[in-house]
Ligand binder design. Structure first.
Ligand code: NAP
Length: 293
């Protein structure tokens, strides 16, 4: 073991979404004590059956966060990144004397046209002010976002987006989780660092369609949408208006080259390559094949 000692105290993971659930699964698999805060414990039965501890709470309710924080040594802060909610976690962790926070973030910037990215900066500033040692994971877009399009792809063989011809350094959320686990287990060398997490290649949505077609063995077509059309399509699919606004903005920024960046931080931290989109498509093949009604 190096000077960055391994963490054996209990780790709190703040939600069980794409990154959180895989983070909990990996920690549990590595026999690291882990607690996950969720609103609905029935959604994480597989994790609790596997041995993870579940704390029922809500990031809008500080008392429930304080309860979940009891006996915790380090936190993986991942959530929809609502500023007040994540700052609730930061305050609770600072008060409890938590040793390290790993925060999932995105291309945060104080002057971003996207409210969520301005919010991420507010959270990062609050985290820095808290004095709790921390590490920021600034990820490119997650491959798992395509799972929202999977029913359409399964049923119609087509999907649309306002990303135009823009390329993205898509990253598998499972790799973001693996990095969070590596850091939270041995945080010393990572304190104060910001890592850029991407997959291994830049892909346009036309490339994504071709990779899905090759994996599924049938035609998959990508069609370009305007920002307004993309926003409407998401609202029609049940995405709340405010989120649809931010997502549509992010997609149209991709068309302008906003997500055309790569980094080898995953490889440096994990000592292996980041997962490719072809690997993601193979692993999630059934989601894209299932004909939902
Ligand atoms: N998606 C991307 O492409 C992307 C790219 C870069 C960075 N990021 C960052 O990644 C983070 C999101 O991570 P993710 O994709 O793993 O999240 P996710 O899959 O969207 O899951 C969010 C989770 O938060 C839970 N949740 C929502 N409100 C809650 C509340 N009030 N109290 C407790 N739990 C609550 C939800 O649980 P319920 O089941 O109860 O609703 C859900 O499990 C954000 O910081 C985002 O900016 C995302």
């Amino acid at each position: 073991m190096t000077q960055s000692a391994q963490h054996n105290s209990k780790i709190l993971v703040t939600t069980a979404g794409a990154v959180g659930s895989e983070t909990v699964r990996l920690l549990n698999e590595q026999a690291v004590p882990v607690r996950v805060l969720v609103r609905d414990p029935t959604k994480v039965k597989a994790l609790s059956d596997a041995g993870a501890e579940v704390a029922v709470g809500d990031l809008d309710v500080p008392e429930s966060i304080d309860e979940a924080m009891e006996g915790i040594g380090a936190v993986v802060l991942v959530s929809p990144a609502v500023v007040a909610q994540e700052l609730n976690v930061v305050r609770s962790a600072a008060h409890a004397g938590v040793e390290h926070i790993v925060k999932a973030s995105s291309k945060a910037s104080p002057d971003s046209p996207i409210a969520r990215r301005r919010g991420q900066i507010e959270i990062e500033v609050g985290l820095a002010a808290s004095g709790v040692p921390h590490t920021i994971l600034r990820s490119n877009a997650y491959m798992q976002n395509f799972l929202a399009l999977a029913p359409a792809i399964a049923n119609t063989g087509a999907f649309g987006s306002a990303t135009g011809l823009g390329q993205v350094g898509l990253v598998d959320a499972r790799d973001v989780a693996a990095v969070a686990v590596e850091i939270v287990r041995s945080p010393g060398a990572h304190a104060g660092k910001t890592y850029l997490l991407t997959g291994p290649e830049l892909l346009s949505y036309y490339d994504v369609a071709a990779l899905l077609a090759s994996q599924l063995g049938r035609a998959v077509t990508y069609h370009e949408l305007t920002l307004a059309e993309n926003r409407e399509a998401m609202i029609h699919a049940g995405v709340p208006e405010q989120i649809a606004d931010m997502n549509a903005q992010a997609f149209s920024l991709i068309a302008d080259g906003d997500a055309a960046w790569l980094s080898d931080d995953i490889e440096s931290i994990l000592g292996r390559s980041s997962r490719s989109f072809a690997q993601f498509a193979a692993d999630y093949r059934s989601a894209f094949s299932y004909a939902a009604n």
